[in-house]
Design a protein around this ligand. Structure first.
Ligand code: HEC
Ligand code: HEC
Ligand code: HEC
Ligand code: HEC
Ligand code: HEC
Ligand code: HEC
Ligand code: HEC
Ligand code: HEC
Ligand code: HEC
Length: 443
């Protein structure tokens, strides 16, 4: 073989290789394209959408999809298409004809038309029945009872409408974590207006609700620990009837979750007096957005106690505050020292089961005593507090007994060890003595 021939072959082989590579790339690209193509031959990054809907395919092709569009939008998923809100004919390819008023096209709705637009379907039981038979159909009606709705009717440009909270083209059910009204996302949705000082400048209301809420027991539980049992803004304000809950319903808003606190409090003279003076039940002591973790010092006559804000030294409230505080301090002190006894018992490996049970009960009773504070009746707090105190003290006694038993056993063990050691030493000398005797005898 000569060199030239060899060169020619290698050129040929490498050309074939390059060609093959190019062809295979071409195929791959085509394959990828055909994945994205719909029947109209349009490249489609939204693989979930119907292919024969001309509104959708033309808007994708023309890059005219609305801002914030999400293909998981519930209306797209339900097959309602763009036509559901904008009208028109989604079977016609021609732009002007598809979007002709003659074909029902309404274009982009004005702000003041939004509730009616959504209500067209959402207020119709007949329409909604075919999709979600159990879904409520009162959102629009409810909306107009809220401050948002009332002001909207008066022409206010800034209040929330349906799309402020739900968006227009990425609407999802509240159960979907991607939804703007998903429990964990609601505070952020409200915050976008209510924490914006410039946006809210014309209104005479604070803009600190989110900030306070986020730092509260509720915000911390929902936003940091993702505990959806804790209230988001809408759990207190309603989803659509967004008003500050009325004075009469205030206790009930909190009471819908804190049932027992409400029940106890509603029976007090204090509650009746609050209602008459239009005072805000739970809020007088706990606040609304900045609800903090209560401590035993909140009740009492000390500096951190709230009771003294309203009660004078010789009133019933003063004496009740003082004696409830003393009781709570006593039971937590007893509980804490029982807990450290339990630790000691655990460390030395003695029986801790019974003590554990007693302390579990005591813990429950302490929690209940704190709830009973809302009767503001020292006698009622005392009944539970006494049980908690007795269980803690019994636990301490049991702990002391276990520790004593341990000492006794250890003492017994010590004596036995000493005895055995003495015996062993004696035995050692005895054996040595016998061996020495034997040595002597051999000699
Ligand atoms: C053949 C292409 C094509 C079809 C089919 C089509 N559109 Fe459009 N559409 C466009 C283009 C391009 C624009 C932006 C330019 C304009 O406003 O005319 C537009 C604009 C819009 C707008 C905004 C109008 C405005 O005033 O800003 C809406 C809403 C709309 N289309 C909805 C629809 C709906 C609903 C359908 C189906 C019934 C549809 N389109 C069908 C191409 C199309
Ligand atoms: C649930 C009702 C609803 C559906 C369904 C809907 N839209 Fe809209 N659309 C609106 C509303 C309300 C507005 C005006 C407010 C806004 O801009 O968000 C709007 C605005 C628009 C605009 C103009 C503003 C912009 O963002 O460009 C276009 C274009 C548009 N829609 C296209 C579409 C297309 C295309 C579809 C189908 C893929 C669609 N819409 C589906 C409610 C809807
Ligand atoms: C053409 C009728 C129609 C229009 C107009 C319409 N919707 Fe809907 N919407 C529906 C239907 C039907 C469903 C239920 C779909 C399903 O569950 O499959 C739905 C579902 C929803 C859901 C989810 C409900 C849930 O929790 O399951 C929300 C939120 C919603 N729509 C808000 C809106 C808003 C806001 C507007 C106005 C911008 C609007 N809709 C306009 C028909 C409509
Ligand atoms: C201030 C914010 C806000 C406004 C304004 C608002 N919504 Fe809602 N909407 C919510 C929240 C929050 C939920 C979800 C509650 C939940 O179930 O956790 C919701 C739920 C829904 C649902 C699901 C079914 C239901 O009732 O729970 C529909 C449908 C709906 N809204 C439609 C509308 C329509 C139509 C409008 C306008 C009239 C509107 N919303 C205005 C916040 C709002
Ligand atoms: C689009 C912006 C916007 C969004 C989003 C919004 N709001 Fe509002 N809200 C307003 C404006 C503006 C007012 C009117 C303030 C006023 O008149 O005092 C208002 C009023 C209120 C009021 C009555 C305040 C008063 O005057 O006592 C409450 C309560 C309220 N909103 C709660 C909410 C909650 C809860 C959310 C979320 C689920 C929310 N808002 C979402 C703009 C918004
Ligand atoms: C635990 C219940 C609760 C939660 C959660 C809650 N609020 Fe409130 N909010 C209230 C009560 C009660 C009032 C009425 C206070 C009053 O009248 O003194 C109120 C008042 C308001 C007001 C009227 C102005 C003001 O500050 O007094 C706005 C606006 C508001 N809340 C928005 C929000 C927003 C936004 C969130 C979520 C970030 C939220 N709220 C969370 C109970 C709550
Ligand atoms: C949707 C249910 C719900 C509503 C409404 C609600 N809360 Fe709560 N609240 C909770 C949950 C859940 C926790 C426990 C949070 C945690 O794990 O720390 C809690 C915790 C608390 C705590 C602290 C308890 C403790 O031992 O640390 C106080 C105080 C409190 N809430 C008061 C209120 C007041 C006052 C209102 C009304 C303005 C209210 N809550 C409305 C669910 C609710
Ligand atoms: C916001 C004001 C306010 C605060 C704070 C307050 N009280 Fe009262 N309290 C009242 C009013 C008003 C009454 C009813 C009139 C009266 O008997 O003085 C009342 C009554 C009482 C009574 C009489 C019995 C009954 O059934 O109501 C007791 C006991 C009492 N309070 C204890 C307390 C304790 C303990 C605290 C602290 C945890 C406290 N109060 C905090 C306003 C307050
Ligand atoms: C007069 C003041 C006052 C009022 C009114 C009041 N609380 Fe309390 N609350 C307290 C005090 C003080 C504590 C702290 C008890 C402790 O930890 O020792 C407390 C503790 C709590 C706790 C935590 C302990 C527990 O029960 O789990 C919750 C939850 C609570 N309150 C909810 C409410 C609700 C709901 C209302 C309205 C129905 C309300 N409170 C009304 C003073 C008040």
């Amino acid at each position: 073989m000569n060199e030239k021939y060899l060169n020619n072959t290698s050129v040929l082989i490498s050309s074939i290789f390059t060609l093959l590579l190019l062809v295979s790339f071409g195929f791959a690209e085509e394959a990828m394209d055909s994945d994205k193509q719909d029947s109209t031959g349009v490249t489609n990054e939204f693989s979930n959408l119907p292919k024969d809907d001309t509104c959708i395919s033309c808007h994708i092709e023309e890059e005219e999809m609305p801002e914030g569009f999400n293909e998981n939008d519930i209306h797209m998923q339900a097959g309602l298409s763009c036509v559901g809100c904008h009208g028109g004919d989604n079977t016609i390819d021609d732009e002007d004809e598809a979007m002709d008023e003659e074909n029902g096209f309404v274009g982009v709705p004005d702000r003041e038309e939004i509730p009616a637009l959504c209500g067209k379907c959402h207020s119709s039981i007949e329409f909604m029945r075919d999709y979600q038979p159990r879904i409520a159909t009162d959102q629009v009606e409810q909306y107009y009872t809220s401050i948002h709705g009332e002001k909207f009717k008066q022409g206010d440009e800034n209040v929330a409408t349906c799309i402020s909270c739900h968006s227009s083209h990425g609407i999802m059910p509240a159960t979907d974590p991607r939804s703007t009204v998903y429990a964990l996302s609601v505070p952020g949705t409200c915050k976008s207006c209510h924490s914006d000082k410039d946006y809210m400048a014309d209104y005479n209301i604070p803009t600190d609700q989110y900030e306070k809420y986020a730092a509260s027991v509720h915000g911390e539980a929902l936003l940091d620990r993702e505990d959806t049992g804790a209230p988001a803004c809408n759990d207190c304000h309603g989803n659509h009837g967004t008003t500050p809950p009325g004075v009469a319903s205030l206790a009930h808003v909190c009471g819908s979750c804190h049932v027992q606190n409400e029940e106890y409090f509603s029976q007090t003279q204090m509650a009746k007096e609050f209602a008459e003076d239009e005072m805000h039940a739970c809020l007088e002591c706990h606040g609304n957005h900045a609800v903090a973790k209560p401590t035993d010092d909140m009740v009492g006559i000390g500096e951190d106690a709230i009771c003294m804000e309203c009660h004078d030294v010789d009133e019933d409230g003063y004496f009740a505050a003082d004696s409830i505080h003393i009781m709570l301090t006593q039971i937590t002190a007893a509980y804490d020292s029982a807990l450290s006894k339990l630790e000691e018992v655990k460390i030395i490996g003695m029986d801790d089961v019974e003590i554990g049970f007693l302390l579990q009960d005591a813990h429950q009773d302490i929690i209940h005593s704190r709830t009973l504070v809302h009767t503001f009746d020292p006698q009622r707090v005392k009944e539970k507090a006494d049980v908690a105190l007795k269980n803690s003290r019994d636990a301490i006694k049991l702990g002391i007994k276990e520790l004593d038993d341990y000492d006794t056993r250890r003492m017994g063990l010590g004596v036995a060890t000493l005895f055995i050691t003495v015996l062993a030493i004696a035995l050692f000398f005895k054996i040595r003595y016998i061996e020495e005797e034997q040595e002597k005898n051999k000699l």
